[in-house]
Every structure is written in structure tokens, then in C-alpha cells.
Design a protein around this ligand. Structure first.
Ligand code: UDX
Length: 459
């Protein structure tokens, strides 16, 4: 098929490249000439494992091109809208400006019978609004096909997704399910796009627009809920002497619960979960569903509270105040295997420590180059070994493999004081303690356990 992908960020660039790898002819369109030039050269503008290879393949086969002009979409049969829907500058709601302008730019170039497919995460009701924009073209079909990919595993998530969701007009969805009426053009088009995935047995669900919009928001809200739940419990663990890592491992063994997204620590960040739960809260409040709105507010505040808690623990480990202390932060990206620093919990904590007077050095395998511009108060150092030199406190804030595997011996030789706050709960505390380190985590305060056990009657 001939396909256009509008918006070549974390979602669109990966979507365009994976569609080309499935055999389609794809043009990626973005308003940023720098990004388009880089993608056209076969180089990803951000770190995403496997993406460079797909871009190079697409360039070699000639199936993947990029352009800054919406006119480049004119021959495509299917157009995917993959533009960003960031948080509004003055409220919790999603800003749909890019989505509206992308649709308007596309309008004059749509061929008869073309299918426009939205992939961006949007509040419920957005598709109805876009239908208004597409009203001058009644021959054009509209569908919503939310994307569930995670940064760091985006290529794999796109090629082997858990499910495909097709949102279509309510009446047409009902006709599809009852088997009455003509086959749906938009469903047939999407089936052709995803033919290799469907052949591999990936399930696909056809539903109405509102359901498709809410599936994505509700899925992200649930993942955020799981993380904030275990983080709230981790505080209870600290208060009682329990160990949250053992607790969550045991909880996760129950298949009704499952262990994923149940890892306690510094909490979630990035360009998606935080803004998506805020948008979900704003949607629920607008629709008068206070239970969901209150729920999301709590999930958000527990999440942000973890950052506060980490800053407080750092001060405690420095004897009450971080002022004047040399602190090394391991990790700047919002999670491992990406160089994305949007709403990074690690940089937020590092910056607060610097604001409190600490001398903070941040290291990261991929994100140092663009992070230093945004955080002038922090010192950045690409090599972990150099960053650790002279540290009085080490904070592990993003669990890159490199930091999980750090040698306590070598790290110990570099620092001034062997004290580590493992805010992602990934280090082998016993091994680090054996090398003379004081190790603290969030919800895993090993050192206090005997004292608490003495205070509690044994069963
Ligand atoms: C998320 C959703 O997973 C994805 O389906 C959606 O399409 C976009 O938003 P992503 O932002 O790439 O994807 O990140 P994800 O891997 O879900 O992690 C989000 C955050 O949660 C990270 O900051 C991570 O460190 C944190 N996290 C994750 C935890 O703190 N604990 C966990 O157990 C899991």
C-alpha cells in the first residue's frame, strides 16, 4: 500500500519505518526540516534500539522517504496521524493544536476514498471534532487506531503488538459485528496495512470511536495506577520494616495481579504516562465522573511524592542537608534504553538537589548531550567512572544496565563516601554492603529491619 505518516516523532518515525519493513511504500511527513533531513539519511533523531537499521533498510529499498510537505501525501491510500498531543500549557488537558493543523494541512491532498487513521493518544470526543474538520470531504473515511508502543522497545512493540484496535463510526462498528451491510472500507484498509501481523495471529478489535479513544487512556491510567500503588505500599514498607521488593515479587506471582509495572522506585515520567493521566483526569472531570478524576489525582500525587521522598532521603543520608555536598546521579533519561528526558524523574530530583545547594554531577549513557542545555545548574559527565570521582553520595535514578552491573569495588575506589541511594531498587544490596557501602532504597530499608522486628512480637 501507499501510506503517509504525519508527524515523525517517537511514534511516527517508528511507525513509518516498521510499515516500510512490512513491504509498504511510506512517506513520513514532519514540519521540522532538521528531523526530516536526518531521517532521510537513515539516522534516527533519537535513541531507539533497532530504528536506525530499519531506516537504512527503508532508504535502500526506496520504500521509505521523508518530506516536510503535506503534498507528498497525495498518492497515499492510508494516512496515519502520529503528531504529538502534549499537555496544555495552562491546564491538565491535552493540547490538540498539532492534530488539528496536521488534518487541515492534509485535507487538500486527500485522494478520493482515502482513509485517515489517527494514532495519537487523544481525549475521548477528539475524533468527533476531527470529523468536523473532514466534513468537506464526505468520501474520505476516518478510523482511530491507538498505539501502545513503549520507548526503548518501540520497534518490537510495533512488529509484535499485543493487539490492534480499530475505532470506527458507531453505526458502522455495529454493522461490522452483526455481519450486515457492506464490508467496511476503513477496516479492510487497516487489515491490508497490518496483514503480516494479522497472519501471525495478533488479535484485532473493532469498536466505536469513543471506546478506541478510551482504551488507550484507560490502559495508560491502569499502568500508572499499578506503579503508584506499589510506590504507596513501599512507603508503608519503610514505615513497618517490610521489604517492598520481596512483597511485589510475591504479589506478582499471582497471575491475577502479574509482576509487571509493580516495581517500586522513583516512579514514572516521560512524554506519555504523566500527561496522559492528567488528560484522563481532565476528561473525567469534564464528563462529571469524579471517581476517575479523584483516582488520577491520587496516582499523580503519589508519583510526584516519590521524587520528594528521594530528595528527603538524600538529605538524610548527608546528615540533614545536601548543601555543599558532592552528589553523583546515575541516569538522566526518564527510563533506560532511551535518550528521552521529557519529565525525567531523575533530572527533576537532580535539579532539586542542586537547588538545595548540592554540587550535582549527572551521568547517562545516552542523554548527556541534550540534557546539559536544559539543566544549567547540573554538571554532566558521560563516563560513569569519572562522574563518581569524589562523590559523597551516589543516587541511582535510572536503571540502565550499565548501572545495575556497576562494580561496588570500582565505584567504591572512586567515591569519597560509600553511600548509595538506589531509588530504582535494582542493586544487589548484600553485595554492595559487603564492599562497605551503606545502601538505601525506597521501601527496602534493610538496616532498620532488625530494630523493627525487635519491636514487633514474633508470631
Ligand atoms: C507508556 C506505555 O507503556 C505505552 O503503552 C504507551 O504507548 C506510552 O506510554 P513509555 O512512556 O515508553 O510507554 O514508558 P513505560 O515503559 O511504560 O514506563 C513509564 C515509566 O514508568 C518509566 O519512567 C518507568 O521507569 C516507570 N516504571 C515502569 C516504574 O516506575 N515501575 C514499573 O514497574 C514500570
Amino acid at each position: 500500500m501507499k501510506i503517509s505518516v504525519i508527524g515523525c516523532g517517537y511514534l511516527g518515525a517508528v511507525h513509518a519505518a516498521t510499515l516500510a519493513s512490512m513491504g509498504h511504500t511510506v512517506v513520513g511527513i514532519d514540519v521540522d526540516p532538521g528531523k526530516v533531513e536526518q531521517l532521510a539519511r537513515g539516522a534516527a533523531p533519537f535513541h531507539e534500539p533497532g530504528l536506525d537499521e530499519l531506516l537504512r533498510d527503508g532508504r535502500q529499498t526506496g520504500r521509505l522517504t521523508f518530506s516536510t510537505s503535506a503534498a507528498a501525501a497525495k498518492d497515499a491510500q492510508v494516512h496515519f496521524l502520529c503528531v504529538g498531543t502534549p499537555q496544555d500549557k495552562t491546564s491538565d488537558a491535552a493540547d490538540l493544536t498539532f492534530l488539528v493543523s496536521a488534518t487541515e494541512a492534509l485535507l487538500p491532498h486527500l485522494a478520493a476514498g482515502a482513509v485517515v487513521v489517527g494514532k495519537s493518544t487523544v481525549p475521548v470526543g477528539t475524533v468527533q471534532m476531527l470529523r468536523g474538520a473532514l466534513a468537506p470531504r464526505p468520501d474520505v473515511l476516518l478510523a482511530w487506531n491507538p498505539e501502545f508502543l513503549r520507548q526503548g522497545t518501540a520497534v518490537k512493540d510495533s512488529l509484535v503488538p499485543d493487539r490492534l484496535v480499530y475505532g470506527v463510526d458507531g453505526g458502522r462498528a455495529a454493522a461490522f459485528h452483526s455481519g450486515t451491510g457492506a464490508p467496511l472500507g476503513e477496516t479492510a484498509a487497516l487489515d491490508t496495512v497490518y496483514e503480516p501481523l494479522l497472519r501471525a495471529g495478533i488479535p484485532r478489535l473493532v469498536c466505536n470511536f469513543a471506546t478506541a479513544e478510551l482504551i488507550k487512556s484507560a490502559a495508560n491510567a491502569y499502568l500508572a495506577t499499578k506503579i503508584s500503588f506499589i510506590n504507596a505500599v513501599s512507603e508503608l514498607c519503610d514505615a513497618s520494616g517490610a521489604d517492598v521488593a520481596e512483597l511485589s515479587e510475591a504479589m506478582g506471582m499471582d497471575p491475577r495481579i502479574g509482576g509487571r509495572y509493580l516495581h517500586a522506585g522513583l516512579g514514572f515520567g516521560g512524554g506519555c504516562l504523566p500527561k496522559d493521566i492528567r488528560s484522563f483526569r481532565a476528561q473525567a472531570a469534564d464528563l462529571g465522573v469524579t471517581a476517575v478524576a479523584d483516582w488520577m489525582r491520587l496516582v499523580d500525587s503519589v508519583n510526584l511524592g516519590q521524587r520528594e521522598r528521594t530528595v528527603g532521603l538524600a538529605a538524610e543520608l548527608c546528615g540533614g542537608s545536601v548543601a555543599g555536598r558532592s552528589i553523583t546521579v546515575l541516569g538522566a533519561s526518564f527510563k533506560p534504553d532511551t535518550d528521552d528526558i521529557r519529565d525525567s524523574p531523575a533530572l527533576d530530583v537532580a535539579d532539586r538537589l542542586a537547588a538545595a545547594g548540592a554540587h550535582v554531577t549527572v551521568t547517562d549513557p545516552k542523554a548527556v548531550n541534550h540534557a546539559w542545555r536544559r539543566y544549567p545548574r547540573l554538571r554532566f559527565e558521560a563516563a560513569a567512572g569519572r562522574a563518581l570521582e569524589g562523590a559523597e553520595l551516589v543516587l541511582l535514578l535510572t536503571e540502565w544496565d550499565e548501572y545495575r552491573r556497576l562494580s561496588p569495588e570500582a565505584a567504591g575506589a572512586a567515591v569519597r563516601r560509600r553511600v548509595v541511594l538506589d531509588a530504582r531498587n535494582v542493586l544487589d544490596a548484600a553485595e554492595w554492603q559487603a564492599h562497605g557501602w551503606v545502601v538505601r532504597g525506597l521501601g527496602t530499608r534493610g538496616a532498620d529491619v532488625p530494630a523493627v522486628e525487635r519491636a514487633l512480637p514474633r508470631v
